[in-house]
Design a binder for this molecule. Sequence first.
Ligand code: MSP
Length: 517
Amino acid sequence: MSRTPQRFYLTTPIYYATGEPHIGHAYTTFLADTVARYHRQAGAQVHFLTGTDEHGQKIQEEADRRDLKPIELCDEMAERFREAWEHLDISYDRFIRTTEAEHIRVVQAFLNRLNDRGLIYEDRYSGWYCVHEERYWTEKDLGQERSCPECGRPVREIEEKNYFFRMSRFQEELIQHLETHPEWIVPKARQNEVLGFLQKPLSDLSISRPRSRLSWGVPLPFDEDHVTYVWVDALINYVTASGAIRPDSPPGEQGFEDVSGSWWPADLHIIGKDILTTHAVYWPTLLLGAGLPLPRKILSHGWWVVGETKMSKSLGNVVDPLELEEEFGKDAVRWYLIREMPTGHDASYTPERFLARYEELANILGNLASRVLSMVDRYRGGEIPSAEADGLAAKEKALVERYREAMDALRVHEALGAGMEMAREANGYVETQEPWTLAKDPNRSRELDETLATLLRSLAVVAGLLFPVMPAKMEELARRIGLDGVPTLEALSSLNLAGREVERGSPLFPRKETEVS
Ligand code: MSP
């Protein structure tokens, strides 16, 4: 089956280098990691990009606050993110920092390209600015509160000379793209939201800041007294990391006309719903302006909330499920976050739901592994018998199909549900086959062999399906059934486990009596 593309380039947002990684960053990154690993499991060559967003006023102010140079703050934070992702088994292929020399040159080449195409002009800007969101707002946006409509913080009035990108020129083309690609943004409601936004006339986009006000940014290649607006700089990271642009080549040969041989266009940008406009309006219009192809898909996920409010450090309402990692292990946290939140929608963290999801791991999957491994031990001296392993073949076929369909449609939570269903089916099969009864009857030895072979196969299938979300535990499970690694989806069809030695070991997901809070 070759529905999945052979090459797959996916990205997370690049995270502001102002604070420590938190649940929001972790969720986006776990989701991307699960999708990346799924595509590798399905045989694709994957390029998985993450990184840090290191320019702009927010960084400069945080560095001032800590009495550091901006680059010192960024060095420290980039390292923190890298460490966190390594610790949490994030299989990224490239970690980009927007302060990298290569990226700075690509941003400048990109801006020169827009300028050469007559898409940049100078004008005065007056309006309101929110440093936290790094966004401009109009008088009307502020509403009665007169604060940032996104985060509620105070805004600053600004009047200055800016360079503008003729974003408005691409309004029609973008609407057309959305209309001809009805599944460009997942979920559908977000696609409609963007179409709704495009009903109003699109304004041009301010792409610069005077250096006199903000020096921490990429200098405009055509006016050194101005630096690039941080969102423009940040979005271009996706192109930098694709290797499509060769900024040191002469204009005309920099790769804007032909991206073949690079990773561009991205197959998937994964973002949170708070940064939908920047990714679904600013970014595609900038790409159209530069003459580059658009990303193939955008997945805009929901928020972890407490009650009705977004969970965020600045709002002071963070319940940190990452702290549960120490007690329950990182794979249990990954499982909870990705399985619990219907991909694309909001979800509310509660300790009760965390425990319920953990119990699913302990009571269904962990229990299946324990009982099957101990039966092979007890009845067959720890060696997997050579016998037909097709007792659950029809269920397996249907569930693998459901899993792939859900993964390909980015209903990741549902795909994981299908993986867990396989374990549930196998537990049911143990009950109906009653291996303990078969073991007492020497005439039914073949039946027992087939039952055990089927169950071992189910464990291999579950390991293959749930590996993307729980890489460490599923590798452990694969090892326990005598495999060198987790089988790919392709390899499952010809998998032969006969003669392998199993290792019983301690429970994969020990039962917990503790309360979580
Ligand atoms: N630097 C920009 C992105 C630039 S991409 C070219 C940025 N950075 S961020 O550090 O604020 O990280 C944002 C990511 O974390 C978003 O995808 C956002 O949705 C996610 N989350 C932050 N808090 C969240 C929750 N409470 N729940 C889920 N994800 C949320 O924006």
